[in-house]
Design a protein around this ligand. Structure first.
Ligand SMILES: [Fe+2]
Ligand SMILES: [Fe+2]
Length: 282
């Protein structure tokens, strides 16, 4: 097992990992501005023809249930909206950059499905709460555990050790992490998303999805809490996919904060279960 000092030294290598390219960064920044037009977003994505084609393919996936085929990127932007198209571009980036090469100790396919299903479960929770920014919940859910992949790249043996210990002792991944004096997946996610200048909501959800009430920004606590809940749901529907081997618990304060009764949990699980068939499209 590596010491904290050794691991921290290796964090320097984080800078060498794939980061969002100019096109992705431009898409994120355009979508965050209320002044942006369809043609501006279209032109930004079109700079990368392969990304455009993949976004268009996802826009036509059954998950979005658009009644007619979307043939052009501008149509996708108008029909699905800026934020959803940004999420599709981010999903293409994350999958290609971090889930296409084998990493020792990680079942990438399963972890990717855990991320996609958490994003979808987050949308279910947002829908039930009539939360207006569902797309932000989706985006933050999609990236919440990327720190686990980063850990696998920084120190595959350390990650394998945690997974093995969690499996044998039937514990949650983050509970095992607490037993070691080393950076955990939340810290690694926070660090890398700050380096990439990702939206603050992505940074805070990565950092605090296991302790939502320590999120420093009061305004973001709702999304952090929704992803906390969505993560538990995703761990139940796809058991073990997120490298957790114990029944996930939802912080009792989260129910109060979101003004939800715990008995709605079953409904959220069932609705998320219905979305399972779309996970492979991402
Ligand atoms: Fe996590
Ligand atoms: Fe997770």
């Amino acid at each position: 097992m590596k010491t904290t000092r050794e691991l921290r030294k290796e964090l320097q290598f984080l800078e060498e990992l794939p980061s969002p390219n100019f096109v992705i960064q431009r898409v994120i920044s355009l979508v965050s501005s209320p002044e942006t037009t369809v043609s501006q977003l279209h032109d930004a994505i079109s700079m990368d023809p392969s990304l455009s084609a993949k976004v268009l393919k996802l826009a036509n996936s059954a998950y979005y249930a658009v009644p007619k085929k979307i043939a052009k990127l501008s149509e996708a932007i108008m029909i699905l909206g800026f934020k959803t198209v940004r999420n599709l571009a981010l999903s293409v980036f994350a999958k290609e950059s971090y889930f296409s090469e084998p990493i020792p100790g990680v079942d990438e396919k399963k972890l990717w499905e855990h991320l996609v299903l958490t994003a979808m479960a987050g949308e279910v929770v947002a829908e039930i709460l009539s939360f207006p920014n569902r797309e932000e919940v989706f985006m933050a859910g999609l990236f919440h555990d990327l720190g686990k992949i980063i850990m696998g790249l920084v120190s595959p043996r350390y990650l394998s050790g945690i997974v093995e210990y969690a499996r044998l002792s039937k514990k949650q991944f983050h509970d095992v992490e607490k037993e070691f004096d080393a950076p955990n997946h939340c810290e690694l996610g926070e660090l890398i998303f700050e380096m990439w200048n990702m939206p603050e909501i992505v940074v805070q959800v990565a950092a605090h999805h296991h302790d939502p009430f320590n999120a420093p920004d009061e305004a973001l606590k709702d999304v952090v809490s929704m992803v906390h809940l969505a993560n538990a749901v995703s761990n139940i529907v796809l058991e073990g996919y997120g490298m957790n081997f114990a029944i996930p618990l939802v912080d009792v304060e989260v129910w109060k904060y979101l003004r939800l009764r715990p008995k709605i949990f079953e409904k959220i699980v069932n609705r998320t279960h219905e979305k399972l068939r779309y996970v492979e499209e991402f």
